[in-house]
Design a protein around this ligand. Structure first.
Ligand SMILES: Nc1ncnc2c1ncn2[C@@H]1O[C@H](COP(=O)(O)OP(=O)(O)OP(=O)(O)O)[C@@H](O)[C@H]1O
Length: 297
């Protein structure tokens, strides 16, 4: 079966800015795929191109087996999309908005609508423009879940929301996740780490890594080396170790292919070598820092 999302050498140029530079992305069906990366890495551009809201400069994308440039109303019956910048019809009440959407979807689920309304505590008679940011995101998410899409694409759904609202949104999402593919871009790494099955790290329009979250967590280790005297780095520095930070007799680096057997040979004058697992946030910071160093070289 095809991937939920598949892109091949996707590029997108805005004038002189290359937002996507040959993006090859595969999102397995049924996964909860976290799409992360520094500001300006191209996440929103990738999402908009995948959804045919923007045209690629070169390359192609497929969504649930269909070419992104040929997506029809029929395809969008199975694709939900919620974005941080989404505009909702401010002049409508919450209920009018749902009444407006209902006839557009064959798979609209009235029971699920009632359930979401209860779970998210949506005020049916309130005008959208009078809702708080968190409430608006709940309305947007409910409107994307209620027709039971096969693929749900979320672009920064948690930005600017308080921790309780985030928790409620995530719960609302996970309660309905079965059988669905969820592709979510976010900077809220602690939240993302708690529920994503896969992660892709985008850097300057290209994927630097894409894998199962558990594999990533197993692969990355922060290694701290304390030396007898001055810290000494091996030459050449291994390619799969991120650049070290050194202070006096101490060195810290990230081994991206956890391989403790190599450490003693690389640091013959070490007094101690200790390694720690890393959170997704720590992995992100290490990758972003090394990406920035790479840019400066
Ligand atoms: N409409 C546009 N016109 C010109 N440049 C754009 C446009 N939209 C995005 N860009 C540029 O393309 C690059 C990628 O932007 P994009 O918004 O896709 O990144 P992002 O990863 O979603 O960033 P963030 O995490 O900050 O939301 C950036 O350099 C941005 O300035």
């Amino acid at each position: 079966m095809s991937m939920a999302i598949h892109t091949e050498r996707l590029t997108k140029r805005y004038g002189g800015t290359e937002a996507l530079r040959g993006l090859d992305l595969d999102v397995p069906r049924g996964s909860i795929y976290a799409f992360v990366g520094p500001n300006g890495a191209g996440k929103t551009t990738a999402i908009q191109t995948i959804l045919n809201l923007r045209q690629p400069t070169t390359g192609r994308a497929e969504v649930m087996g269909a070419d992104s440039r040929a997506l029809t109303h029929e395809n969008f019956q199975h694709i939900g999309y919620v974005s941080e910048n989404q505009r909702l019809p401010e002049w409508m009440t919450v209920e009018e908005f749902f009444d407006y959407l209902r006839p557009l979807y064959k798979t609209w689920d009235a029971d699920l609508h009632a359930e979401l309304r209860r779970q998210f505590d949506l005020p049916p008679g309130r005008k959208v423009k009078q809702l708080s940011r968190g409430m608006k995101m709940k309305v947007a998410l409910a409107s994307a879940l209620v027709f039971r899409p096969q693929l749900l694409i979320l672009d920064e759904p948690f930005t600017g929301l308080d921790p309780l609202v985030r928790e409620e949104l995530i719960q609302g999402l996970l309660d309905r996740a079965e059988g669905m593919t969820i592709f979510v871009s976010s900077h809220d790494l602690a939240e993302i780490e708690s529920f994503a099955s896969h992660v892709g790290y985008l850097e300057q329009g290209r994927l630097r890594l894409s894998e199962e979250m558990a594999v990533l967590a197993e692969r990355f280790r922060e290694v701290q080396v304390v030396f007898e005297g001055e810290a000494q780095r091996p030459a050449p520095w291994p390619e799969d170790w991120l650049p070290p930070e050194t202070s006096g007799s101490m060195m810290r680096f990230v081994d991206t292919r956890q391989d403790p057997a190599r450490w003693p040979a690389a640091f013959p004058t070490a007094r101690s070598i200790e390694a720690q697992p890393m959170t997704l946030r720590a992995i992100f910071v290490a990758l972003a820092r090394s990406g920035r160093k790479g840019e400066q070289q």
